[in-house]
Design a binder for this molecule. Structure first.
Ligand SMILES: Cc1cc2nc3c(=O)[nH]c(=O)nc-3n(C[C@H](O)[C@H](O)[C@H](O)COP(=O)(O)OP(=O)(O)OC[C@H]3O[C@@H](n4cnc5c(N)ncnc54)[C@H](O)[C@@H]3O)c2cc1C
Length: 331
């Protein structure tokens, strides 16, 4: 087993900034990410959306922000291991932990910073015929590239914010968009619903279930729909379908340790320390009890900064808590 001082779990925005901060504070660390790429929610859920509320960046595509953050995380040549899901954390003697990755005991570490966000993402499925066959072949659960939809007729399944956000993102490049909702209500923001209603190339289909996804060997060609009001079946010709009916998330909790939680968060104090010495948590996964949570990129970054400086002090009690200004470095 490889030994290190700190394991950072997750390479979303919080974990990436924590990785950079670990470099600033000269902490020997390894970052582990269960997906095959960095970026967390930014890259998995909204890579083509613009983000406006990160300091010093007036406007940027989420995937570009993600790339910049990864570049910054690698400045101190810290290792990030992908396809590495932390499946357990096992306390051992000398205040250390064994970190189990993909079911195998792989690392020992004196401290851990959990930046697991909302956990592992698994998009909710429609569970209809054709869904597996066309996954990635005209059927998508998120939008990685708007260009892929250029001049196409697409159906977006769902009635929440994601479905409406996708429609507004894709409509400018698409020939036509449909929003198909299984009942008669939307969970999306009223302003988004109004915007789609005003879009002359959009059609909203209510109270309708998708029964089957059909196509040829290469791609989706049509959907079989069932109208719950008229009790009739019809075929809708489309070039692509985006299923936006939410995500199942498995929060990153570990069976060999008993981390205190509060609602869906790992409970932390103002130093981002959890209920277990040596284990810290920051970003979307963590919250100080009873305080409102601001689940934002910039906030996760600030939390990572505070957590890492406290971890430095935990690992080296004689070190100062504040690591100084980066502007005094010459990198
Ligand atoms: C549609 C949408 C739009 C948004 N827009 C904005 C915006 O404009 N501005 C803004 O500031 N915020 C926005 N947010 C919120 C922002 O994306 C989150 O606050 C941010 O991603 C949280 O970062 P994180 O690193 O804490 O968690 P995440 O981004 O969730 O990253 C966590 C990472 O940890 C990994 N992981 C989880 N468990 C394990 C494990 N056991 N082992 C290894 N890896 C693990 C996951 O795979 C993931 O990569 C938006 C969110 C959504 C859904």
């Amino acid at each position: 087993m490889e030994d290190t001082d700190l394991i950072i779990i997750g390479a979303g925005p919080t974990g990436m900034f924590a990785t950079f901060c670990a470099g600033l504070r000269e902490i020997n660390s390894i970052t582990l990410e269960s997906l095959d790429t960095y970026g967390g929610q930014m890259l998995e859920l909204y890579p083509e959306k613009d983000v406006y509320d990160v300091q010093a960046v007036p406007k940027t595509r989420a995937k570009e922000l993600s790339d910049s953050m990864y570049k910054q995380s690698a400045i101190f040549k810290k290792r990030t291991e992908f396809n590495s899901k932390v499946t357990d954390i096992i306390p051992i003697e000398n205040k250390k932990f064994v970190i189990e990755v993909n079911g195998e005991k792989k690392y020992t570490a004196r401290s851990i910073l959990i930046c697991g966000g909302v956990g592992d993402f698994h998009p909710n499925r429609l569970n209809v015929e054709g869904e597996d066959k066309y996954n990635g072949k005209g059927l998508y659960y998120s939008i990685k590239s708007v260009d892929e939809f250029k001049d196409k007729t697409i159906a977006i399944i769902g009635g929440g914010d994601s479905a409406f956000d996708y429609q507004m993102l894709l409509s400018p490049v698409c020939k036509k968009t449909y929003i198909i909702q299984h009942n008669n209500t939307f969970k999306a923001a009223e302003s988004s619903v109004d915007a789609v209603k005003r879009d002359s190339r959009a059609e909203i289909v209510m109270n309708t279930d998708v029964k089957k996804i059909e196509g040829d060997e290469n791609t989706v060609k049509s959907l079989e729909l069932f109208d719950n009001s008229s009790k009739t079946t019809k075929t809708l010709n489309v070039d692509a379908v985006v299923i936006a009916i939410g995500y199942k998330v498995n929060p990153s909790l570990f069976k060999s340790i008993n981390l205190e939680t509060d609602k869906r968060y790992i409970k932390v104090d103002h130093n981002y320390k959890t209920s277990i010495d040596g284990i810290y948590a920051a970003g979307d996964i963590a919250n100080v009890s009873d305080e409102p949570k601001f689940a934002l990129i910039a906030v996760g970054g600030a939390e990572a900064y505070i957590a890492i400086n406290n971890i430095k002090k935990y690992l080296s009690p004689n070190a100062s808590l504040f690591g100084g200004h980066s502007s005094s470095l010459n990198l």
